[in-house]
Design a protein around this ligand. Structure first.
Ligand code: FAD
Length: 429
């Protein structure tokens, strides 16, 4: 008999909670990864850097496993079908994995658990992706927090060293295997991109002064660990231990990540609805031509256009600029935040349902703990504050002075318009 360890968004061997447990189960461990056909079929671009990143991270795991005389079984298909097959090929005592809190993932895991139980095997999932999961941090009345500051205070007060110490693992329990094939990207319908996977590192030079420089997009003084946290190529425990020693502001960002994850878990309706129900009555204009201009970085607002061009070219966008372009879409153009959310989901390397949804709702003013709706970012003032020398704009939108399009809408006009539309929706409902 063996136990399967099913990798998902935890693509590392070291300090991996579920894997460490599997390796202590008393059985040999067979590592497995499934390229989920359904998830992949929703991606439009065959040059998707995220799929390439996962592929390279798996190749790295496979090489490391080879040094322990083991390997990883990589499958492609619908997880339930894949598992049915795995149960016929192996004598499986149990399936081990780490918990995932997205609604679709929860459903998927319930189906696999049911199958495992029908086969007389166990299904054990562990907390790994976060320090505190769904029900760990609740208000005194047992209800979830919906405001960040009290949530983060409770989070910090609850933290003990055991929560962020590395999970110990033993390599001798991996099933002895000759190298198993890793299918090429083409075999799953994708192509090689320009992304290169490297083992993520915590950079003290960035993190130590994160609070001073993080808001200036031209400095690009943030960690770029978003994708590593998304796919678990770095452990959150390691990040938190480092943040505690180096920078509280950075720790706060890691707590925002968990805040939005627990919001999604407790309020799954946010996937399609505003957290604050009244905001679902806003009469969006949803002008398709204006949306196109926003997507292509052709709004005539240099900072907005620079941000969208950076996103389109690289899959990244600095957080300050994400806030500016998101506010611009919802407030200046009165386009439904869900359109912007979907565009970011298709493009961002670090796309994560909970963080993307939470931040878009924040920008639109309809989320939990969102910016008040009457705060409308002025792209010009934002530029003066955060890109005074226009360095970021010049880098990503170099033609901004020569081929400047007339602004898609005038700021003052847009401001009055959005205030009136929001006010009406909130007063009438
Ligand atoms: P750092 O600034 O070094 O921060 C470290 C980590 O903390 C990040 O990698 C991330 O995991 C977490 N974090 C930081 N800020 C936030 C935040 N506001 N909310 C939640 N987690 C945070 N972040 C995502 O990870 N995925 C998304 O899909 C995403 N969509 C966004 C959409 C909008 C409209 C906005 C305004 C922000 C969004 N963010 C998202 C949050 C933030 O912009 C990114 O996490 C950050 O820019 C990533 O850069 P970094 O990896 O250098 O992180």
């Amino acid at each position: 008999k063996v136990v399967l360890f099913w990798f998902r968004r935890d693509l590392r061997l070291e300090d991996n909670a579920g894997l460490a447990e599997a390796l202590q189960s008393g059985y040999k461990v067979l590592p497995v990864f499934i390229f989920d056909e359904e998830i992949l079929s929703r991606l439009d671009d065959k040059y998707d850097r995220r799929v390439d990143y996962i592929h390279q991270a798996l190749a790295h795991i496979r090489e490391d496993l080879a040094t322990f005389g083991s390997s990883i079984k990589t499958c492609f298909g619908k997880p339930l079908e894949v598992f049915k097959k795995l149960f016929t090929e192996h004598d499986i005592a149990a399936v081990y994995c780490n918990r995932d809190y997205e609604p679709q993932a929860i459903k998927r895991d319930m189906a696999i658990k049911k199958l495992a139980e029908e086969k007389g095997a166990g299904f054990y999932d562990f907390k790994d992706q976060v320090i505190f999961e769904h029900r760990d941090i609740l208000k005194a009345d047992g209800m979830p927090y919906t405001i960040y500051t009290p949530y983060s205070n409770k989070w910090k007060a609850s933290l003990t060293p055991a929560d962020y110490s590395a999970r110990k693992w033993r390599t001798e329990a991996f099933e002895k295997l000759k190298a198993l094939p890793l299918p090429g990207l083409e075999a799953i319908g994708f192509e090689k991109t320009d992304i290169t996977f490297t083992v993520p590192v915590l950079n003290a030079a960035i993190i130590d002064s994160y609070d001073q420089y993080r808001d200036f997009p031209a400095m690009d003084h943030t960690t770029h660990l978003g994708i590593a946290l998304r796919f678990g190529t770095i452990s959150i425990r390691k990040c938190v231990a480092f943040a505690l020693e180096h920078n509280q502001t950075w720790l706060n960002e890691l707590i925002w990540r968990e805040f939005f994850m627990q919001i999604l878990f407790h309020f799954p309706k946010v996937v399609t609805h505003s957290f604050k129900a009244k905001y679902d009555h806003i009469k969006w204009r949803n002008n398709e031509e204006e949306f196109e201009r926003w997507c292509n970085g052709e709004t005539g607002y240099p900072i907005v256009d620079a941000g969208m061009k950076q996103l389109n070219a690289t899959g990244r966008m600095h957080n300050r600029v994400r806030m500016i372009v998101a506010s611009f879409l919802c407030k200046h153009l009165l386009i439904d935040w869900r359109w912007g959310e979907a565009y970011f989901a298709a493009k961002l390397l670090d796309y994560d349902l909970s963080a993307n949804n939470g931040n878009w709702q924040w920008a639109a003013g309809c989320g939990c703990d969102a910016a008040p709706y009457f705060r409308v970012f002025n792209p010009t003032t934002q530029t003066e504050k955060f890109d005074k020398k226009l360095e970021y704009i010049k880098k990503w939108n170099p033609g901004f002075q020569t081929d400047l399009k007339p602004p898609v809408v005038k700021h003052e006009f847009a401001r009055e318009r959005v205030l009136a539309v929001y006010k009406k929706a909130l007063e009438d409902n």
